[in-house]
Design a protein around this ligand. Sequence first.
Ligand code: G3P
Ligand code: CA
Length: 311
Amino acid sequence: MQRHPLIAAVSLGLFAGAATSTALAEATPLEQQLKDLESFQVIAHRGASGHAPESTMAAYELAHEWGADYLELDVQLTSDGKLVVFHDDTIDRTSDGEGNINDYTLEELKALDSGTWFNEANADKADTAFEGAQILTLEELFERFGHDARYYIETKSPLLNPGLEEALVETLENHEMIENGRVLVQSFEQGSLLKVRELNEHVPLIQLVWYSPSEEDSDRLVEWTGVTPAPAEITDEDFQAIAEYAAGIGTNVTYKGEDVIDAGFISQAQENGLPVHIYTINETDEMQRLRGWGVNGLFTDYADRLLELED
Ligand code: G3P
Ligand code: CA
């Protein structure tokens, strides 16, 4: 796989505080993180969300205990400007409240129960300890695991969360997460990633893509935000355009049970300097199939299943 421009820049000492020529043999933490992206990464999607309420401390505790490479999370802004770890635009599905998450202050969100819904939906995994689970702030997650974890953070719904990138980069900097090789920032919105890069050029970025049939012609695939052409039409130049700003790609592999990409997509991306992570893979058979394609990582609600395969 080609060397990512960020690794090359670190080696050339272009980053503040980067290794000097005398210490080039030893990788900086950020350089090591980028190198690790070339191997297989277990990405715990919303924590161990197959076993505990998604995006809660219980879910992240489990995934961390198992040794997942990354804790995956989505961040959004409260009405009073605090960063919270939350996937949906509304609080209806995963709490006892209702309405848009951005309409509530952190204090109001903290009063909600984000755990009981899981017990009701998963009788076999229900645990009274989940009752009353609180929505987490990004700060709380960082305070709990610090530099002992890596975080794969999605800027969720950037158009509904103006100021999200600024708040995120400030928090990453305050916790010294970037130079310590602790974070990837992912988004479907190219503009959001470019904003993060503008705020801090050292943050490794992952461009998310979603392939599905076109509404006009269901025989033709399209990418959701148009960041790439359909997989069948993708060129090296298309991948290189993404590699200009991103350290990797995150993609779906199927749409309604049909493959939208193949092993050739994976190798072409890799040849153009982009490791590929696939979301969201929960079945062991599918994990094995994609491992066979040589993907660089899988997002999964069941990091335990994937880690077992890696043993
Ligand atoms: O971030 C990768 C994957 O999580 C994207 O889908 O909807 O689960 O955030 P979603
Ligand atoms: Ca996500």
